[in-house]
Design a binder for this molecule. Structure first.
Ligand code: ZN
Length: 154
């Protein structure tokens, strides 16, 4: 808000200086005197690639596994014969698939809010599908946060 006000203020000053009244001074003061310099702090927007650099190794490894559907979730582990049941141990659902873990499991619902907010920011509304979440670079950070918060793979 402060930056916006400064910009508006500077704009009005510029108009005053370049306008027909720029030669007038009130009580000997120059119009430039009330116009502060534009030296406010600027916020740098983070770039997409810097998000993946800040991911810790564990969540990015899990995300890579989720992308290939070879994650340590029970549906996959059951598929390869590592365990006897694909059931979700967190909620008892029949299959702990990627979609179940990321989108559906009620056990992890409290940790999904940041991911939902990030999805809306990139234009994903309503029922969200797994593939854009796993592929959009802007959602990697929030997805990693979700993976970490659930501690499902610890
Ligand atoms: Zn579940």
């Amino acid at each position: 808000m402060a930056v916006i006000l400064m910009v508006l203020h500077a704009g009005s000053c510029t108009n005053t200086v370049s306008g027909p009244r720029s030669q007038n001074s009130i009580n000997g003061r120059l119009p430039e005197n009330h116009c502060g310099p534009l030296t406010g702090p600027r916020h740098r927007s983070p770039r997409a690639h810097s998000v993946s650099k800040t991911l810790s190794r564990k969540p990015s490894s899990i995300i890579a596994q989720l992308r290939t559907d070879a994650s340590p979730l029970n549906a996959y582990r059951h598929n390869i014969g590592a365990i006897g049941s694909p059931r979700c141990e967190a909620c008892g659902a029949a299959n702990e698939t990627r979609a179940h873990y990321v989108l559906e499991c009620p056990r992890w619902e409290p940790y999904r809010q940041p991911l939902h907010v990030a999805c809306r920011k990139v234009g994903l509304f309503g029922s969200i599908h797994l593939s854009p979440i796993l592929s959009n670079p802007k959602l990697l950070g929030p997805l990693a946060g979700f993976v970490e918060a659930t501690k499902r793979f610890d």
